[in-house]
Design a protein around this ligand. Sequence first.
Ligand code: ADP
Length: 400
Amino acid sequence: MIILVINAGSSSVKFTIFDMADQKKVLASGLIERIGIEGTSMKYTNFRGEEVKGEVPVKNPKDAVKIITERLLDARVGVLKSMSDIKAIGHRVVQGMEKIIEPVLLDEKAKTIVRECGVLAPLHNPHNLMGIEACEAVLPGVPNVGVFDTAFHSTMPSRAFLYALPYKYYEEDHIRRYGFHGTSHGFVAKAAAALDGRPLNSLKIITAHLGNGCSLAAVKNGQCQDTSMGLTPLEGVIMGTRSGDLDASAVLYIMKKDGLTPDQADNLLNKKSGVLGLASIGSSDLRDVEAEANKGNKLCAQALEVFAYRVKKYIGSYMAALGGLDILVFTAGVGENSSTMRAAICQDLEGIGLKLDAQKNSVRSPEPRVVSTGDSPIKIHVIPTNEELAIAEATLKLVG
Ligand code: ADP
């Protein structure tokens, strides 16, 4: 069964097409970016390694889906014989609140909920919805399935998801921790159990998704117990450009002092803070910051230290929340690739059962692997995440 996965954002549409019957093979993938801005371009790669790059006349998500299907059917670089080969479309949707807690068929009722949930994700849900409606228009009759970033975290108990605000803000305004990256946390937790050879429902796992956006999740018996992102992706550990946790009074102080509007404060915390803000070299990419730190830049070295320390504190607190730990999993851009950051996070954790093997940790590989010592009481894994495949699998399960 051939499944198209769509991730529609504010100015981009990413796509991957899988042949689930042929070992879940990726037939083609790519993205269209700068939609609605000058210089809209497309990148397309197929399984034969053929690549097409260049400007495309795309003004909205519907044009984008149309161009994607044209490439998929192209005589030269295409991978499909007919549009009817596409049996279902899986969509990444960011916020499902408490209303959608598992993958759903996106009928009118579900789409109304996606629209309503946009109140808490105004930068994401409306764009996700446009992607869904674009697919309905270009591929009529093909089922659309929504896979929600928040869904995996829906098993969190209230002690983990409530904020200590007047209760009416939860009851009336639905202000609570929702968590994000759920598709990734769920995928790597399952893969870690498989790598370990023990059933997921017998394990205590902490998943550390460290990419541009970063979050951790505490997973017991396959169910999320807590996660570091909150009402929005701003809370938790330090990220490329997001501050993560801080005293809310600091924000109020800065807003008053600099006369910032709520939108300006939002921009400061989400786009100008985190590693970008602390390292002060104009880059949020950990590779650049690591390179500068190695050359002796003290602010960069300090930024890396603050980043690692915050993750370490979350690991400790989630071990307490879970009442122990079997596996710590690193995933996403930083977690999968930066052996230095993994080492910094795991430094001095031998006393609580986490022994990183320096040699295994230094090996680069695209495969899931164990990087703890043979005698480490708690295993440490590096598991490449694959949110697109997780969405395709969930879609197949629902429509297959
Ligand atoms: P996103 O959250 O956008 O999906 P990714 O998971 O792809 O991001 O992570 C991107 C980040 O991963 C980059 O900004 C970079 O900081 C980091 N990264 C990628 N490769 C390396 C590496 N070899 N060493 C350190 N950091 C890396």
